[in-house]
Design a protein around this ligand. Structure first.
Ligand code: CP
Ligand code: NVA
Length: 328
């Protein structure tokens, strides 16, 4: 499989075979690293990590993965990008210096413009509407924990069903033929274009794409996945209405029990508000808002594979960089 020179902007651009190829490559790179062996496939390559939004996992995963394979990395935030200089001009400048560019920020169009104008290979590290590297890490984690192929998995994303992680997972799930469910209140209407795309792809792959507000639809789920209720870049004033509409969709022990299965995985991209330890959750609690999208009990239960997902960000992001930019 030759993915050299390909951008990684969304899984909509990748076939099921290409997704499986990246997952297999991630598995072998993970095994190599565990054995203390490192590659040289990115030697001589300069990689720019461009961030408009904050990050822990994505930034570290790209940086460590690039260094493991011999690349040089520049972390760029608070730059002129998009403020004192147009995205087109910045893209052309970065393209004169870097062979690979990771972008995390607001608009999907920005990552597309970077790909269009820079001449470098561009990877999406999260936008308002997609998070494709997260999906790969989550699929690898499922393969490691469940004794069945991805196309036999029932996956339920519960909560803010219109966010970037939900859409990214939906694209990947429909490509590989999962039984994929978006579970959340009717008031959070899924973008009709996303719905139409996923229904079409699911029909082609033999998968299933469902949007529901009924919590009983978690029955038979192999995976229960959630994310925070207000995402980066969204207005603080959304917390109150979101808490009101999403509290019935908080992942609790009772919701997990409704799957009817003891081996259901609990997954979360992180960061998570599962207790009031963080400044953000505590300040909202003081204002009368319980913004926890999952209970601490579930987060720390035997079902939870959240830190495996976090580690797998490293191995899957490495696979994406090696496949698209690595020496052949
Ligand atoms: N899951 C994820 O993208 O985490 P960061 O925001 O820490 O990068
Ligand atoms: N939906 C979250 C994901 C963080 C990894 C956000 O965009 O803030």
């Amino acid at each position: 499989m030759d993915l050299y020179g390909r951008h990684f902007l969304t899984l909509k651009d990748y076939s099921a075979e290409e997704i499986y190829y990246l997952l297999d490559l991630a598995k072998s790179l993970k095994a190599k690293k565990k054995a203390g062996q490192f590659g040289h496939s990115l030697e001589g390559k300069n990689i720019c990590l461009l961030f408009e939004k904050t990050s822990t996992r994505t930034r570290c995963a790209f940086e460590v993965a690039a260094k493991d394979e011999g690349a040089h990395v520049t972390f760029l935030s608070n730059s002129q990008f998009g403020y004192k200089e147009s995205i087109e001009d910045s893209a052309k400048v970065l393209g004169r210096m870097f062979e690979g560019i990771e972008f995390r920020g607001f608009k999907q169009k920005t990552v597309e413009d970077l790909a269009k104008y820079s001449g470098a290979v561009v990877w999406n590290g999260l936008t308002d509407v997609d998070h494709p590297t997260q999906t790969l890490a989550d699929f690898l984690t499922i393969q490691e924990h469940l004794d069945k192929p991805l196309n036999q998995v029932k996956f339920v994303f519960v909560g803010d069903i219109r966010n970037n992680v939900a859409y990214g997972l939906a694209y990947g799930a429909c490509k590989v033929g999962m039984d994929f469910v978006l579970l959340g209140p009717d008031a959070l209407e899924v973008d009709p274009e996303v719905k139409a795309y996923c229904e079409k792809e699911a029909a082609k792959s033999g998968g299933k794409f469902t949007i529901t507000a009924n919590i009983d639809d978690v029955a038979g789920a192999d995976v229960i996945y959630t994310d925070i209720w207000v995402s980066m870049g969204e207005d603080e004033s959304l917390y109150a209405p979101r808490v009101k509409m999403l509290s019935p969709y908080k992942v609790t022990k009772e919701l997990m029990a409704k799957t009817g299965k003891d081996e259901t995985l609990f997954m979360h991209c992180l960061p998570s508000f599962h207790d009031f330890e963080t400044e953000a959750a505590k300040s909202k609690k003081d204002a009368g808002l319980d913004i926890r999208e999952v209970t601490d009990e579930v987060f720390r239960s035997k079902h939870s594979v959240v830190f495996d997902e976090a580690e797998n960000r490293l191995h899957t992001i490495k696979a994406v960089m090696v496949a698209t930019l690595g020496h052949q």
